[in-house]
Design a protein around this ligand. Structure first.
Ligand SMILES: [Zn+2]
Ligand SMILES: [Zn+2]
Length: 120
């Protein structure tokens, strides 16, 4: 399963959700998408994506932020894929029989494997 949420759908409405099932507390982070959709007071059917996790969800979110920070602070270097770091002599897909990646852009900063992954 893959869930794609587009930049246009993201909102600043983020909520912590808690549920108690069989005496166990489950906590999630809910990201609301697009416009609010409220039938009547107390019946909010707005689109949202909820990530349920234990305390380690914090670690995963922190890691995501760290990766984003690193990604935005990195200057693309010609000859190195800015997503996976592969280079001309160390291409990805080095499995026997697999076609090694090539460059997807003129500046040689995105390899063909990552370019395909970005599109899907
Ligand atoms: Zn790559
Ligand atoms: Zn590659």
């Amino acid at each position: 399963m893959r869930v794609n949420v587009y930049a246009e759908e993201m909102t600043a409405r983020i909520q912590i959700i808690c549920k108690v099932i069989d005496g166990q507390v489950f906590t999630g982070v809910r990201f609301y998408l697009g416009f609010p959709f409220v039938h009547r007071k107390g019946d909010d059917d707005s689109s949202a994506v909820t990530f349920w996790g234990k305390k380690d969800l914090r670690c995963q979110l922190k890691k995501a932020l760290k990766l984003l920070d690193r990604h935005y602070s990195k200057k693309p270097r010609p000859g190195t894929c800015r997503f996976c770091g592969c280079q001309e002599f160390t291409p990805c897909l080095s499995l026997p029989g697999a076609i090694p990646c090539g460059w997807a852009d003129k500046k040689r900063t995105i390899c063909t494997r990552c370019a395909v992954a970005k599109r899907s």
